[in-house]
Design a protein around this ligand. Structure first.
Ligand code: PMP
Length: 398
């Protein structure tokens, strides 16, 4: 056909690299949970840009903060101070209960920053011999696309032909705390885990896992790094998913919804004895902590609190999961999730379900082949969720 959407998709396919497999839809306008294509069709966003849009598309308060800051100053780089980095670091420090915050931009940069902090800490505080520091990661993880992050990965589609990889990484089974204990050596700097594995298909570890890993790390003088890039900021019905087991990591890694779905904002938070390993010149980012990012992020955090998105995610998540569990389909294997972070796993590929749901006005995406992720913006209204549940139940019943 000659629709505007098709022309846009063709051009993107022609000039753009094929590093993603998007559904054939162009989004040209958005507000809250709703998006529109150039033809004027309306859809509900059930992916939230992989949980970066917890506050919904174009939240008016965040847009206002963006515009206000844009009229003052947008970038100083860290060569100079700006007025808003101080208030923002204070806010994120309070939120995480940590002494200090280091701003970056994307999630993967925050992961890099956490690993760099852990390595320096291992040499300068723990006393590990030069160049011997090790990091333990969980199989099935997704920590981003840099060489270091793919070195942490065991997913062939993410790692194939990108070697040589970063040495000193041990990959162990996710969900098995004893495997962590067994993998620790005197040179281990840190264990990095997602409290719930997102890209792996919303994999919740067995009860007690995070607590046990926390204890094993403490006993062995190893840092516990929680990658909360996708699970943080109310997505799972807690501000951070570590709270599901009352666990406090040594380093929080944050991104996505920290920027309210409007601006890339990421950070790590940790106490002084870790963060002080960074000295001038040892780490940085031109855009990290820029005034626009800080202004947007302050508003993004405010929206989570003002609109009780933690409680809302928990309550609506339970309601949604219950509705999904009631779907009658012999190929439906499992509905799992916490808050509005839900995976529905089938015994077969689910791409065609996502395509059918798109026709019904619900946008979602498969994770690996067999799991559909449902993660709407947390600002979703009950009536809108009910509308979506009706469509989803119909499509997934066949
Ligand atoms: N960590 C986790 C747990 C993630 O889910 C993601 C993104 N899906 C990242 C890191 C990387 O974030 P970004 O794409 O912003 O680099």
């Amino acid at each position: 056909t000659t629709s505007r959407s098709n022309a846009i998709i063709e051009q993107t396919d022609h000039y753009g690299a094929h590093n993603y497999h998007p559904l054939p839809i162009v989004i040209s306008e958005a507000q809250g949970v709703w998006v529109k294509d150039p033809e004027g069709n309306t859809y509900m966003d059930m992916l939230s840009a992989y949980s970066a849009l917890n506050q919904g598309h174009r939240h008016p308060k965040i847009i206002e903060a963006l515009k206000k800051q844009a009229d003052k100053v947008t970038l100083t780089s860290r060569a100079f101070h700006n007025e808003i980095l101080g208030p923002w670091t204070k806010r994120v420090a309070e939120l995480t209960g940590k002494d200090k915050v280091l701003p970056m931009n994307t999630g993967v940069e925050a992961v890099e920053t956490a690993i760099k902090a852990a390595r320096r800490w291992a040499y300068e505080v723990k006393g590990v011999e030069d160049n011997k520091a090790e990091v333990i990661a969980a199989k099935g993880n997704f920590h981003g696309r840099s060489i270091n992050s793919v070195s942490l990965s065991d997913d062939p589609s993410a790692t194939k032909n990108y070697g040589p990889f970063v040495p000193g990484i041990e990959k162990i089974e996710f969900g098995n705390a004893e495997a962590v204990r067994a993998a620790i050596t005197p040179n281990t700097a840190a264990v990095i885990v997602e409290p719930i594995q997102g890209e792996a298909g919303i994999i919740i570890p067995p009860k007690g896992y995070l607590k046990a890993v926390r204890e094993i790390c403490s006993e062995n003088n190893v840092l516990f790094i929680a990658d909360e890039v996708q699970t943080g900021f109310a997505r799972t019905g807690k501000m951070f998913a570590c709270e599901w087991e009352s666990v406090v990591p040594d380093i929080y890694v944050m991104g996505k919804a920290l920027g309210g779905g409007i601006f890339p904002v990421s950070a790590i938070a940790a106490n002084k004895e870790i963060m002080d390993v960074f000295t001038p010149g040892s780490h940085g980012s031109t855009f990290g902590g820029n005034p626009l990012a800080c202004a947007v992020s302050l508003a993004a955090i405010e929206v989570i609190e003002d609109e009780n998105l933690v409680e809302k995610s928990l309550k609506l998540g339970e309601y949604f999961a219950t509705a999904l569990r009631a779907i009658n389909n012999p190929d439906l294997k499992e509905v799992r999730g916490r808050g509005l972070f839900i995976g529905v796993e089938f015994e077969k590929p689910v791409r065609s379900y996502c395509e059918q749901l798109k026709e019904e006005g619900v946008l979602c995406k498969e994770t690996h082949e067999n799991t559909i992720r449902f993660a709407p913006p947390l600002v979703i209204k009950q009536e809108d969720l009910d509308w979506a549940i009706e469509k989803i139940s119909k499509v997934l019943s066949n």
